[in-house]
Write a new protein. Structure first.
Length: 225
Protein backbone atom coordinates (compact mmCIF):
# COMPACT_ATOMS: atom_id res chain seq x y z
CA UNK A 1 0.00 0.00 0.00
CA UNK A 2 1.22 3.47 -0.93
CA UNK A 3 0.02 6.67 0.68
CA UNK A 4 -0.07 9.41 -1.95
CA UNK A 5 -0.16 12.86 -0.37
CA UNK A 6 -1.66 15.75 -2.31
CA UNK A 7 -1.82 19.40 -1.29
CA UNK A 8 -4.24 21.52 -3.29
CA UNK A 9 -3.80 25.30 -3.23
CA UNK A 10 -7.10 26.86 -4.29
CA UNK A 11 -9.80 29.46 -3.82
CA UNK A 12 -13.53 28.83 -4.03
CA UNK A 13 -14.30 31.62 -6.50
CA UNK A 14 -11.93 30.09 -9.05
CA UNK A 15 -13.89 28.17 -11.70
CA UNK A 16 -10.77 26.29 -12.77
CA UNK A 17 -10.30 25.11 -9.18
CA UNK A 18 -13.72 23.46 -9.35
CA UNK A 19 -12.90 21.90 -12.70
CA UNK A 20 -9.51 20.84 -11.32
CA UNK A 21 -11.10 19.10 -8.33
CA UNK A 22 -13.41 17.10 -10.57
CA UNK A 23 -10.46 16.09 -12.76
CA UNK A 24 -8.44 15.09 -9.70
CA UNK A 25 -11.36 12.99 -8.43
CA UNK A 26 -11.57 11.27 -11.82
CA UNK A 27 -7.83 10.67 -11.89
CA UNK A 28 -7.88 9.01 -8.48
CA UNK A 29 -10.87 6.82 -9.39
CA UNK A 30 -9.28 5.77 -12.68
CA UNK A 31 -5.88 5.07 -11.09
CA UNK A 32 -7.44 2.90 -8.41
CA UNK A 33 -9.38 1.02 -11.07
CA UNK A 34 -6.67 0.34 -13.66
CA UNK A 35 -3.28 0.49 -11.93
CA UNK A 36 -2.14 -2.89 -10.53
CA UNK A 37 -2.71 -2.74 -6.78
CA UNK A 38 -4.01 0.82 -7.10
CA UNK A 39 -7.20 0.13 -5.18
CA UNK A 40 -5.06 -0.56 -2.10
CA UNK A 41 -3.32 2.81 -2.27
CA UNK A 42 -4.52 5.67 -0.09
CA UNK A 43 -4.86 9.29 -1.19
CA UNK A 44 -4.39 11.91 1.51
CA UNK A 45 -5.64 15.27 0.24
CA UNK A 46 -5.16 18.55 2.08
CA UNK A 47 -6.80 21.76 0.89
CA UNK A 48 -4.72 24.93 1.27
CA UNK A 49 -6.16 28.47 1.13
CA UNK A 50 -5.45 31.16 -1.43
CA UNK A 51 -7.24 34.51 -1.57
CA UNK A 52 -7.98 35.75 -5.07
CA UNK A 53 -9.66 38.81 -3.51
CA UNK A 54 -12.09 39.33 -6.38
CA UNK A 55 -14.30 41.51 -4.20
CA UNK A 56 -12.69 44.75 -2.94
CA UNK A 57 -15.71 45.53 -0.75
CA UNK A 58 -16.36 44.48 2.84
CA UNK A 59 -19.82 43.22 1.88
CA UNK A 60 -21.35 40.85 -0.65
CA UNK A 61 -21.98 42.07 -4.19
CA UNK A 62 -23.47 40.39 -7.27
CA UNK A 63 -21.02 37.98 -8.84
CA UNK A 64 -21.89 39.38 -12.28
CA UNK A 65 -20.55 42.81 -11.24
CA UNK A 66 -17.20 41.35 -10.25
CA UNK A 67 -17.00 39.43 -13.52
CA UNK A 68 -17.68 42.61 -15.50
CA UNK A 69 -15.03 44.48 -13.53
CA UNK A 70 -12.33 41.82 -13.84
CA UNK A 71 -12.92 41.29 -17.54
CA UNK A 72 -13.37 44.96 -18.44
CA UNK A 73 -10.30 44.92 -20.67
CA UNK A 74 -11.67 42.06 -22.80
CA UNK A 75 -13.83 42.46 -25.89
CA UNK A 76 -17.27 40.87 -26.07
CA UNK A 77 -15.89 38.25 -28.45
CA UNK A 78 -13.06 37.41 -26.06
CA UNK A 79 -15.46 37.09 -23.13
CA UNK A 80 -17.79 34.88 -25.14
CA UNK A 81 -14.89 32.65 -26.15
CA UNK A 82 -13.62 32.41 -22.57
CA UNK A 83 -16.99 31.49 -21.09
CA UNK A 84 -17.77 29.09 -23.91
CA UNK A 85 -14.52 27.21 -23.30
CA UNK A 86 -15.00 27.19 -19.52
CA UNK A 87 -18.60 26.00 -19.80
CA UNK A 88 -17.69 23.30 -22.29
CA UNK A 89 -14.90 21.95 -20.07
CA UNK A 90 -17.18 22.27 -17.04
CA UNK A 91 -19.90 20.20 -18.66
CA UNK A 92 -17.34 17.52 -19.53
CA UNK A 93 -16.79 16.95 -15.80
CA UNK A 94 -20.41 17.38 -14.76
CA UNK A 95 -20.40 21.09 -13.82
CA UNK A 96 -23.15 23.50 -14.93
CA UNK A 97 -21.68 26.96 -14.28
CA UNK A 98 -24.07 29.78 -13.37
CA UNK A 99 -23.20 33.48 -13.33
CA UNK A 100 -25.75 34.60 -10.72
CA UNK A 101 -25.51 34.95 -6.96
CA UNK A 102 -23.57 37.09 -4.51
CA UNK A 103 -20.09 36.91 -3.04
CA UNK A 104 -18.20 38.69 -0.26
CA UNK A 105 -14.88 36.99 0.54
CA UNK A 106 -13.84 33.38 1.09
CA UNK A 107 -12.07 33.68 4.44
CA UNK A 108 -14.81 31.98 6.51
CA UNK A 109 -15.18 29.23 3.92
CA UNK A 110 -11.47 28.49 4.16
CA UNK A 111 -11.67 28.61 7.98
CA UNK A 112 -14.42 26.02 7.87
CA UNK A 113 -12.33 23.80 5.62
CA UNK A 114 -9.48 24.16 8.11
CA UNK A 115 -11.82 22.95 10.89
CA UNK A 116 -12.74 19.89 8.81
CA UNK A 117 -9.07 19.17 8.20
CA UNK A 118 -8.55 18.73 11.94
CA UNK A 119 -11.22 16.02 11.97
CA UNK A 120 -11.28 14.08 8.70
CA UNK A 121 -9.64 14.52 5.28
CA UNK A 122 -12.67 12.83 3.68
CA UNK A 123 -15.10 15.26 5.30
CA UNK A 124 -12.82 18.14 4.32
CA UNK A 125 -12.88 17.14 0.65
CA UNK A 126 -16.65 16.62 0.78
CA UNK A 127 -17.14 20.12 2.20
CA UNK A 128 -14.86 21.65 -0.44
CA UNK A 129 -17.02 20.01 -3.12
CA UNK A 130 -20.24 21.30 -1.55
CA UNK A 131 -18.98 24.88 -1.24
CA UNK A 132 -17.67 24.90 -4.81
CA UNK A 133 -21.00 23.57 -6.06
CA UNK A 134 -22.96 26.10 -3.99
CA UNK A 135 -21.02 29.03 -5.45
CA UNK A 136 -20.56 27.98 -9.06
CA UNK A 137 -23.79 26.08 -9.72
CA UNK A 138 -26.39 26.90 -7.07
CA UNK A 139 -25.73 30.68 -7.02
CA UNK A 140 -25.37 30.79 -3.23
CA UNK A 141 -23.37 33.38 -1.29
CA UNK A 142 -20.59 31.30 0.28
CA UNK A 143 -19.48 34.29 2.38
CA UNK A 144 -22.76 33.95 4.28
CA UNK A 145 -22.39 32.15 7.60
CA UNK A 146 -25.92 30.82 7.22
CA UNK A 147 -25.08 29.22 3.88
CA UNK A 148 -21.77 27.84 5.17
CA UNK A 149 -23.47 26.34 8.22
CA UNK A 150 -26.07 24.65 6.05
CA UNK A 151 -23.37 23.16 3.81
CA UNK A 152 -21.24 22.04 6.76
CA UNK A 153 -24.16 20.33 8.51
CA UNK A 154 -25.08 18.59 5.24
CA UNK A 155 -21.50 17.29 5.15
CA UNK A 156 -21.88 15.81 8.63
CA UNK A 157 -20.46 18.47 10.94
CA UNK A 158 -22.16 19.34 14.21
CA UNK A 159 -24.32 22.46 13.86
CA UNK A 160 -23.41 23.85 17.28
CA UNK A 161 -19.70 23.43 16.63
CA UNK A 162 -20.00 25.12 13.23
CA UNK A 163 -21.93 28.07 14.67
CA UNK A 164 -19.36 28.56 17.42
CA UNK A 165 -16.48 28.28 14.96
CA UNK A 166 -17.89 30.79 12.48
CA UNK A 167 -18.92 33.23 15.21
CA UNK A 168 -15.33 33.29 16.48
CA UNK A 169 -12.01 34.15 14.86
CA UNK A 170 -10.61 30.67 15.46
CA UNK A 171 -7.92 29.74 12.91
CA UNK A 172 -8.37 33.09 11.14
CA UNK A 173 -4.72 34.02 11.58
CA UNK A 174 -3.59 30.53 10.59
CA UNK A 175 -5.64 30.61 7.38
CA UNK A 176 -4.54 34.18 6.58
CA UNK A 177 -0.88 33.26 7.02
CA UNK A 178 -1.23 30.15 4.86
CA UNK A 179 -2.98 32.12 2.13
CA UNK A 180 -0.27 34.78 2.22
CA UNK A 181 2.48 32.17 2.10
CA UNK A 182 0.84 30.41 -0.85
CA UNK A 183 0.56 33.68 -2.75
CA UNK A 184 4.15 34.75 -2.04
CA UNK A 185 5.64 31.36 -2.83
CA UNK A 186 8.45 31.49 -5.37
CA UNK A 187 7.22 30.55 -8.83
CA UNK A 188 3.59 31.15 -7.85
CA UNK A 189 1.40 30.13 -10.78
CA UNK A 190 -1.88 31.10 -9.16
CA UNK A 191 -4.59 28.51 -8.62
CA UNK A 192 -5.29 25.68 -8.73
CA UNK A 193 -1.91 24.26 -7.81
CA UNK A 194 -1.12 20.69 -6.77
CA UNK A 195 1.88 19.46 -4.78
CA UNK A 196 2.10 15.68 -4.83
CA UNK A 197 4.28 13.77 -2.34
CA UNK A 198 5.98 17.12 -1.66
CA UNK A 199 7.97 16.54 -4.86
CA UNK A 200 5.85 16.80 -7.98
CA UNK A 201 3.80 19.83 -8.97
CA UNK A 202 0.97 20.52 -11.39
CA UNK A 203 -0.67 23.87 -12.11
CA UNK A 204 -4.07 24.64 -13.56
CA UNK A 205 -6.95 22.27 -14.23
CA UNK A 206 -4.66 19.40 -15.24
CA UNK A 207 -6.04 16.43 -17.15
CA UNK A 208 -6.50 13.14 -15.28
CA UNK A 209 -3.71 11.57 -17.36
CA UNK A 210 -1.22 14.09 -15.92
CA UNK A 211 -2.20 13.18 -12.38
CA UNK A 212 -2.05 9.46 -13.11
CA UNK A 213 1.43 9.83 -14.58
CA UNK A 214 2.63 11.34 -11.32
CA UNK A 215 0.76 8.81 -9.17
CA UNK A 216 2.57 6.09 -11.11
CA UNK A 217 5.93 7.76 -10.52
CA UNK A 218 5.22 7.94 -6.79
CA UNK A 219 4.34 4.24 -6.76
CA UNK A 220 7.47 3.31 -8.70
CA UNK A 221 9.68 5.50 -6.52
CA UNK A 222 8.43 3.69 -3.42
CA UNK A 223 8.90 0.23 -4.96
CA UNK A 224 12.55 1.05 -5.71
CA UNK A 225 13.40 1.95 -2.13
Amino acid sequence: MTVIEIEVVFDFVCAWCYIGKRKLDRAIALYQKVYPGGRNDVFSIKWRPYYLNYNPHAYSVPKSELIDDRLSDMTLEQRTSLFSRMNQIGRSVGIDFKAGGMIGNTRDAHRLVHLCGTQSPEVQSALVEKILEAYHELEKDISSQEVLTELAVDTGLDAKQVHEWLDSDLAAEVVDNQACKNKEEEGNTGVPRYIIQNVYQLAGAADPSEFIEIFTKVKEDESQR
